[in-house]
Design a protein around this ligand. Structure first.
Ligand code: NAP
Length: 289
């Protein structure tokens, strides 16, 4: 049976949105945490409690968890899905972009874990689910923050899932393969065959939400989803370990890092970014100008 009280972060789009829809349709009590007001979602899901908290704000997150605890509204399952992906290692390394990803994908999850581990033990299991990625095995060399954040997240959850085994706290991680969402902004950098392959390996949003919800009723530590994405990633991981210089070890897909006198902004890849990523880069350029 699926849990009746769930907290989901990052429900404006992608996996978080699919999870919101999944649980709301099944009549669960849902707390949806977003970094901005979402009137359109509030209208669509009137029974859902919407909280505006940026996951990078550790104080705000702690205050939210404590408020839920005080009012007896603590969820049985925390689905910590909010995340971002940034190009941070184009032709030069962009510390600000890297930090933004770590703050969101890693610290944004850990800031939930800290207050949760301080809650008094409950009678029912409380599941804390991190949404990690197969990028923890083989990440895109353009997105070092993403790769690092997912590796570190996996390492932390591996420790906690063992350390808290047998207690009321169940730490679990989902290692997602590609899912067609806004986060996949890096396709432009890859050769066409990579995009083709990724399309073939991708999971549907509905299927992903169903798999995560099923997993969160168990005490299993780890879910790889979809399974078909795992062998190619592990194959690449093995190739990387055995063949010196194999992707993504030595160079980026655009070539080597730029070392000429005008290397301030990555010239080859950035202009081709789409959607939110392009808007962010444009904003950064104005700021830098
Ligand atoms: N899609 C994939 O192929 C894939 C593969 C492996 C793992 N994942 C993981 O799945 C999770 C969900 O990603 P997605 O693919 O669904 O991407 P997405 O469609 O871009 O959704 C990301 C969500 O996170 C929210 N968010 C970002 N920064 C936030 C912050 N500081 N505070 C609160 N919310 C924030 C976004 O809100 P805004 O609308 O306000 O930006 C959005 O709702 C991520 O952790 C991602 O790493 C995805």
């Amino acid at each position: 049976m699926e849990p009746s009280r769930v907290l989901i972060t990052g429900t404006t789009s992608g996996v978080g949105r699919a999870l919101l829809d999944h649980y709301a349709k099944r009549g669960a009590t849902v707390v949806a945490v977003n970094r901005r007001d979402v009137p359109e979602l509030e209208a669509e899901y009137p029974a859902v409690r919407f909280e505006r908290v940026d996951v990078r704000d550790a104080e705000g997150v702690r205050e939210l968890v404590e408020r839920l605890a005080k009012t007896g509204a603590l969820p049985d399952v925390f689905l910590l899905s909010a995340g971002i992906n940034r190009v941070d290692n184009d032709e030069c390394f962009d510390l600000r972009a890297y930090q933004e990803v770590i703050d969101t994908n890693l610290l944004g999850v850990l800031s939930f874990v800290a207050p949760i581990t301080r809650l008094p033990a409950g009678r029912c299991p409380r599941h804390v689910v991190a949404i990690s990625s197969l990028a923890r095995y083989v990440g895109n060399p353009y997105a070092l923050g993403y790769l690092t954040s997912k590796r570190a997240l996996s390492a932390c959850f591996e420790v906690w899932s063992r350390a808290y085994a047998g207690t009321d706290l169940v730490f679990q991680q989902v290692l997602l393969g590609p899912v067609p969402t806004a986060i996949l902004t890096l396709d432009e950098h890859a050769p066409a065959w990579v995009a083709e392959l990724r399309g073939w390996l991708s999971a549907s949003l509905d299927g992903t939400a169903r798999a995560i919800a099923r997993f969160a009723t168990t005490r299993r530590r780890k879910l790889h989803y979809p399974w078909r994405a795992l062998p190619p990633y592990l194959g690449l991981w093995l190739a990387q370990a055995l063949l010196p210089g194999c992707w993504p070890g030595r160079t980026t897909l655009a070539g080597r890092p730029r070392r000429d006198s005008d290397g301030r902004l990555g010239a080859s890849a950035r202009p081709r970014l789409g959607g939110r990523e392009a808007a962010r880069v444009a904003r950064d350029r104005v700021d830098e100008g």
